[in-house]
Design a protein around this ligand. Sequence first.
Ligand code: ZN
Length: 448
Amino acid sequence: MGEPTSLQHSTIKSVLSKPQIERIIEAVEGRFDEQVEFLTQLVRAASLRGNEAGIQKIVSNALEKRGYDVRSFAIDPAHIGKDPAFSPTRFDLKDSTIVVGSKRPPRESGRSLALNAHVDVVPVGTSARWKYEPFSATREGDWLYGRGAGDMKAGLTANLFALDALSAAGFDLKGAVQFQSVIEEETTGNGAAMVLAEGFRADAVLISEPTDEKVVSANTGVMKFAITVQGVPAHPFEVATGRSAIDIAVRTIEHLRQLEQEWIAERPIAQPDFASVGNPIALTIGTISGGEWLASVPSECRFEGRIGFYPGEVAEARAARFASFLKKAFLDDPLLKGCPAPEIEWVGVKQGGYVLPPGSEAEELLAKAHSLADSSERELLRFVMPCYLDAAVFALHGDMTSLVYGPVAEHIHAVDERVSLPSLLRVTKAIALFAAAWCGIEARAPQV
Ligand SMILES: [Zn+2]
């Protein structure tokens, strides 16, 4: 559902008075130590793929304590391959659930809002290379270190404590609010897809990914693949009769680099946001394994990766071009000719990109909230995120205004991931003010 049309956008100051804004900001500040403590607890719940049960328990307890109507549900694999919001996977996630907490005012007169965050994190790599244990959640000055601290447990706490602050300041939202804690953002996007499949919708969704306090104007579509190539195994003594599957894989990757350049050159002029993105396609080969014995010509090699494409395009069309490019390479390249055709599997996100149309009322209100959260009258900057975001699922398949905006973080998916705590405080204030302005607030009726 799109946002209601209005002839003139409301400004934040026509919705919130100066004393209301001050009370909300103070309420965020008053709970910030507790927020950082909660973030520490979340980082310590090492929520790698398939191990999200622990953190989701912490989140659902926190929501229940606050009086949300809480639902937990798993990803139903029956949707995969049928519902275009879902991406292919065979990973068993039966123990991991999605948690959604909802609150609805008795008399609903404002717009609804979903605040979304994902709890799944990517592997740490070599722990020994980290300054602090990756799941120790160590604080050093203004930074909190840890895998997932920035991407995106800090954002999750911003969503939760922004809503807490409104309540602590004595306000009720006039619109319904959902707090969504999803899984699978890093791999398939099927957590967000399942939220839609369960019927959750709102007039806008805000996802507090680490964006350096900017708003995402567009992202790229992404496809994740696994390619298996076959060689001819042989003893070194008869090396001329063999064909190394590892050499074939390396050659195939060289061809894919050429495809990447071709796709970069297709940068759409109609989308000026992409002009400044160095490599929007970002072909990444993330894993490779092959061979059976160190002194034999290897018979099989498999590698996995991801490749991007531009918003407005359908993933299936790009996937077909990817497959026909490889087919042709195996026919034309003398080094690949005669080898069995490579096997392509789609093993994760296979989703289009989205664009946030400029000038929406949601973005205008967020810009004002962003500026009020800091005394420097700063502007809200837009930027392109050339990677997958769950916002694509909500925008493309839920037809929702999707804002992605969150704190400053460094080294996400890398070594020494860390989030800036002063930035987290500003973002929490901005989200609280945005929620208040978007949904509307009223003073809570005295309890009897
Ligand atoms: Zn993320």
